[in-house]
Design a protein around this ligand. Structure first.
Ligand SMILES: *Cc1c(COP(=O)(O)O)cnc(C)c1O
Length: 388
C-alpha cells in the first residue's frame, strides 16, 4: 500500500491532539461530530443526548462568541447568523406568522424593509411603515393582529431616534413583541433590554468585527422570548462559519477602544461641519441641534462614528462628484464600522413624511485615521464646491 493512501487510516490517529493553551480559543470546524460510543448515538434518536451532534448544532467556537455577546448585551439568549440581514430575517420569521401585522420604523435598514414588503408579504404578513421618530403615538397604527414592531434608533442614514421606552410601553400593553436593530450603538452605547425591548439585532459586520472583512449578525432575546428563538434557530439549522465566529469574538475584545476613538473623531468632525458655510444640517444625535438629542441623552451612553450631513445648495450629481472625488482619505463604499473612513451619498426615499425628503444625505463612516487629516480632507473637498 502506498504511504499516501494510508493517510486516512494512520495519520489521523497519530496526530498529536495535546492542546496548547493559546489566548484566543481554538477554532472548531466540523460537519461530523463523533460520539464516544453507540449508546450516545442512540440518545440522539431518543432526543436525550445533551451534547453536540452535528456542525449545525453550534460548535464550541460559535458558542463561545454567543456567550460573550449574550453577557455583553445582558440578554437571555444570543444566536449568531451569517450576516446582519440574515439576523433581521431570522428575528422576523421567529416572531411572525401568516395573518400577522408588522410595524416597521421608516428608517430601518432598507434591505430589511424590502424583505418585509416582498417575502413576508408573500407568506401572509402585512407591514406598515411608521415615521422614523415615532413615540407613544405608535398606538394609532396598532391593529388587533399586530404581532411585532421593528425599530432602528438611530436609523443608519438619516439618524432619527425613536422614543424606545414609550414604544415598548405601548407594545407591552398590547402583547406585541418589540425588536430593535442596535448595530449603530452596539451593546456598549445602548442597552435596549433595560428600556423594555424584547429582541435585539446586530450586524456584527460593522463595529464588532471592525475590519470590513466579515459578514455576520446576531439575534438576542430577553428571558420571555428565549425559547421561541432557540427553537426557530434549531429548526432552521442556521450556520455561521467558525472563522467568522472567531473573528467576531476577537473583535469584542477591542470594541471599546475602537468605538471610543470612532466616536471622538466623529463628534469633532460633526461639530466642525456644523460651522461650515456650505453645510445645512449635521445629522448626529450627540449634537444639541439634533431634533431627538434629548432622547439620545436620556437613553444612550455614547454616539458611534457614523453620521451624515446635508448641504444648503441643491447640488447636481456632477457637482457632488467634484467634492467627493477630490477626497483622498474618504473612500466610496457601502457598509461601515471599520477602520477606513467611507462616504456614501444618496437622496432619501421614505414611505412616510421625512424631514429630509428629497435631500441628498452625505453619510460618513469616520474611521481610525488621524482626525485632523480627515477634517482637512473634507475641508479641501468642500472647497471644490465653494468654487463652483
Ligand atoms: C449593514 C446593516 C445591516 C445588515 O448587515 P449585513 O451584515 O451587511 O448583512 C443591518 N442593519 C444595519 C443598521 C446595518 O447598517
Amino acid at each position: 500500500m502506498h504511504e499516501e493512501t494510508r493517510i486516512n487510516s494512520t495519520l489521523w490517529t497519530e496526530l498529536d491532539n495535546t492542546p496548547a493553551t493559546t489566548i484566543n480559543p481554538p477554532l472548531y470546524r466540523g460537519s461530523t461530530v463523533l460520539f464516544k460510543n453507540y449508546a450516545e448515538m442512540c440518545e440522539v434518536d431518543h432526543h436525550q443526548f445533551s451534547g453536540i451532534t452535528y456542525g449545525t448544532d453550534r460548535l464550541p467556537t460559535q458558542r463561545q462568541f454567543e456567550e460573550a455577546m449574550r453577557r455583553l448585551e445582558g440578554a437571555a439568549l444570543t444566536r449568531i447568523c451569517p450576516s446582519g440581514i440574515d439576523a433581521i430575517r431570522t428575528a422576523l420569521m421567529t416572531f411572525l406568522k401568516a395573518g400577522d401585522h408588522l410595524i416597521v420604523c421608516d428608517n430601518v435598514y432598507m434591505t430589511g424593509q424590502h424583505f418585509c414588503s416582498t417575502v413576508l408579504k408573500k407568506f401572509g404578513v402585512e407591514t406598515t411603515a411608521v415615521p422614523a421618530n415615532i413615540a407613544g403615538d405608535i398606538e394609532k397604527y396598532i391593529r388587533p393582529n399586530t404581532a411585532a414592531i421593528l425599530l432602528e434608533s438611530p436609523g443608519s442614514i438619516t439618524m432619527e431616534l425613536q422614543d424606545i421606552p414609550a414604544v415598548c410601553a405601548v407594545a407591552k400593553k398590547h402583547g406585541i413583541v418589540t425588536l430593535i436593530d442596535n448595530t449603530w450603538a452596539t451593546p456598549l452605547y445602548l442597552d435596549p433590554f433595560t428600556l423594555g425591548v424584547d429582541v435585539t439585532i446586530h450586524s456584527l459586520t460593522k463595529y464588532i468585527c471592525g475590519y470590513s472583512d466579515v459578514l455576520a449578525g446576531t439575534v438576542s432575546t430577553n428571558a420571555e422570548h428565549a425559547e421561541t428563538l432557540d427553537e426557530f434557530y434549531k429548526t432552521m439549522e442556521i450556520y455561521t462559519p467558525a472563522e467568522d465566529c472567531s473573528l467576531a469574538l476577537r473583535g469584542l475584545h477591542t470594541l471599546e477602544v475602537r468605538l471610543s476613538r470612532h466616536a471622538e473623531s466623529a463628534l469633532q468632525i460633526a461639530r466642525w461641519l456644523e460651522t461650515h458655510s456650505l453645510v445645512e444640517n449635521v445629522l448626529h444625535p450627540a449634537l444639541e441641534s439634533h431634533p431627538e438629542h434629548q432622547l439620545w441623552k436620556r437613553d444612550f451612553t455614547g454616539a458611534a462614528g457614523l453620521f451624515a450631513f446635508t448641504l444648503k445648495k441643491d447640488c447636481s450629481e456632477e457637482d457632488l462628484g467634484t467634492f467627493i472625488d477630490h477626497l483622498q482619505l474618504f473612500h466610496l463604499g457601502y457598509s461601515w464600522g471599520g477602520y477606513k473612513s467611507l462616504l456614501t451619498a444618496a437622496k432619501v426615499n421614505r414611505q412616510t413624511n421625512s424631514r429630509y425628503a428629497g435631500k441628498t444625505i452625505i453619510r460618513l463612516n469616520i474611521g481610525l485615521e488621524n482626525v485632523d487629516d480627515l477634517q482637512q480632507d473634507l475641508e479641501a473637498g468642500l472647497a471644490q464646491l465653494q468654487e463652483l
